[in-house]
Ligand binder design. Structure first.
Ligand code: NAD
Length: 425
């Protein structure tokens, strides 16, 4: 059957189109060469594979898998693998480009990539997922490699899938190669500090931004949307540094406490309640969960999902600072409203880059054959995040642009300059 690409989402508020619009704005500010612009706009490699997998009932089902390498200019490409029914080439291409800018903005020596398989992991058995993961790995033997392309978990995948990937790759090349993938279980060479790394980076960039805005953390209030990996650790670490977290939310609703929510208690409640804040008594449940975004707070951390601050609610935002824990929480059209209001935004490609930074540390440790302490991991990732924040802030002053465009300018400039040295054909 001929390959039919699922229709790309045409919605103007689509987070990936938002990302490309910002790329274009930053390229204009930089006066980027048209030829270099064309090189950076399109991915260098797009691979589509069909993966026949024997299901538990004995039938064979064919899954479509993708891997897109947007750029290897700065180094081996890096990016997650998602298992989801909506995975399509267009989305994977955009996410791969996103990874290029994210790695470049924090100055780690990686290019950008992304992969995925169109499947519904919730309707598959563990054995079926394992066979699918091994089939995908086998089909990507010439793409993956510790010096070529290094996958990681994304939506629908986690440490177990990464362990299977590492095992299949190692068997195929005849030697244990744990640096081929990050996000592995600790016993297989995963890094200490990875679980809290993204939330920690959010905390570091929030504190750096508060310093610029002269907001004293001990007198500051904060609302956090999303209480998963990123949101809960960001809240916990900000609370530890004196910030009063007055509201948190998840799919069950939003919880408000003017005296500050006890984040440890909220995490405990969630952990004992199948991941949900439902029934949490440490705050009053708000009537509308999305009201959290419009609270009168100093800092707002959207850490749930994309496209939550849009043209429809941007004018109601009262926070002085937005630190984007999630990918793409603010739409392109909302940017204008937010900027006009004078709200500082620490953009996703900077604020949530703590995760990829510690993934890079995992790869470094695997290649060294050595394990760092959590203290060393945290110290080094804090330094990388703070340096990246300072670079982006300086660029935003120099070019008189918002932090978001400044982050893209920093990233594109780095990749473009490196490309000029490396050269083309
Ligand atoms: P997660 O699945 O652990 O948590 C998501 C949380 O958001 C859950 O608490 C969920 O209930 C909540 N949520 C979902 N929809 C919501 C809504 N409409 N309103 C309020 N809460 C809602 O996911 P995560 O790993 O914390 O990722 C969150 C975001 O951060 C995503 O955009 C992800 O792409 C991005 N991100 C994650 C990492 C990482 O290392 N985990 C790194 C970079 C970016």
């Amino acid at each position: 059957m001929a390959y039919i690409e699922p229709a790309p989402i045409k919605d103007k508020e689509n987070p990936f189109e938002s990302m490309m619009s910002r790329f274009e704005t930053a390229a204009q500010h930089l006066g980027l060469d048209e030829s270099v612009y064309n090189v950076l706009k399109a991915p260098v490699k797009q691979v589509i594979v069909n993966l026949p997998v024997t299901m538990d009932d004995g039938t064979i089902k064919v899954f479509e898998g993708y891997r897109v390498i947007h750029s290897s200019i700065l180094g081996p490409s890096k990016g997650g693998i998602r298992y989801d029914m909506h995975v399509n080439l267009d989305e994977v291409k955009a996410l791969a480009a996103w990874m290029t800018w994210k790695c470049a903005v924090v100055d780690i020596p990686y290019g950008g990539a992304k992969g995925g398989i169109r499947c519904n992991p919730r309707q598959m058995s563990t054995g079926e997922i394992e066979r699918l993961t091994r089939a995908y790995t086998k089909s990507m033997l010439e793409i993956f490699g510790p010096d070529r392309d290094i996958p990681a978990p994304d939506m629908g995948t986690g440490p177990q899938e990464m362990a299977w990937l590492m095992d299949e790759f190692s068997r195929s090349v005849g030697q244990t190669t744990n640096a081929v993938v990050t996000g592995k279980p600790l016993v297989l060479g995963g890094s200490l500090g990875r679980t809290e790394a993204t939330g920690r980076g959010v905390m570091v960039s929030a504190l750096a931004a508060m310093e610029k805005l002269k907001i004293n953390p001990y007198q500051a209030t904060c609302a956090v949307q999303g209480f998963g990996n990123v949101g809960s650790f960001a809240a916990l670490l900000l609370e530890e540094r004196g910030v009063k977290i007055v509201a948190i939310s998840d799919l069950s609703g939003a919880y408000y406490n003017a005296n500050g929510i006890d984040i440890n208690a909220a995490m405990q409640h969630r952990n004992n309640n199948r991941g949900s804040l439902e029934g949490f008594a440490g705050g009053d449940k708000m009537e509308e969960a999305n009201q959290l975004l419009e609270l009168e707070v100093d800092v707002l951390v959207p850490a749930a999902m994309e496209d939550v601050i849009t043209i429809n609610n941007a004018h109601n935002i009262k926070a002085k600072l937005i630190v984007e824990g999630a990918n793409g929480p603010t739409s392109f059209r909302a940017d204008g409203v937010i900027n006009e209001k004078g709200v500082m935004v620490v953009p996703d490609i900077l604020a949530n880059a703590g995760g990829v930074t510690v993934s890079y540390f995992e790869w470094v440790q695997n290649r060294l054959g050595y394990k760092w302490t959590a203290e060393r991991v945290n110290r080094r990732s804090d330094r990388i995040m703070k340096d990246a924040f300072d670079r982006v802030y300086k660029t935003s002053v120099e070019y008189k642009v918002p932090m978001r465009i400044a982050a893209y300018i920093v990233a594109i400039d780095k990749v473009a300059k490196t490309y000029k040295f490396r050269g083309g054909f």
